[in-house]
Design a protein around this ligand. Structure first.
Ligand code: CDP
Ligand code: MG
Length: 137
């Protein structure tokens, strides 16, 4: 079944010019990029986006990092898009991510791990609405 998911190229990856190489990886995984938006999150927006993690020890640092520069939010579409994107991304910690995954190749640390991807179809709907609202194609 065709579905959609939200992907984010995180600040350090945008800074390093990795938006297109990451896009190519996603396309190679069978995902089409149907919308893209470059923006800088405010700390308040980053806090809201990652609200589920507010009790985690890494939360404040994560918020500052996500607001530290431009990000590229993108809607991916394809068969089992949520799962495919997560597989293409690899594990949260780049040091533990499988060889050939985006995080293994482009991530710097567990925090600056190059990309975000929705973790379920329901989260994907909420996260796409967060970034694209009524604008989405
Ligand atoms: O992004 P993913 O779904 O793989 O991981 P998460 O557990 O939902 O965590 C969200 C984000 O928080 C990660 O992608 C990292 O950027 C950051 N994080 C961190 O800085 N330190 C950790 N120990 C775990 C996550
Ligand atoms: Mg997550």
């Amino acid at each position: 079944m065709k579905e959609r998911t939200l992907s984010i190229v995180k600040p350090e990856a945008v800074r390093k010019g990795l938006t297109e190489p990451i896009g190519e990886r996603l396309k190679a995984a069978g995902l089409e990029i149907v919308a893209r938006k470059k923006m800088t999150l405010t700390e308040a927006q980053a806090r809201r986006f990652y609200d589920i993690h507010r009790e985690q020890p890494f939360f404040e640092s994560l918020v500052l990092y996500m607001a530290s520069g431009e990000i590229v939010a993108q809607i991916l579409e394809g068969e089992n898009a949520v799962k495919r994107n997560r597989e293409a991304m690899g594990a949260t910690d780049p040091a533990k991510a499988s060889a050939g995954t985006i995080r293994a190749d482009y991530g710097e640390s567990v925090e600056a791990n190059a990309v975000h991807g929705s973790d379920s179809a329901e989260t994907a709907r909420q996260e796409i609405a967060f970034f694209f609202g009524a604008d989405k194609p």
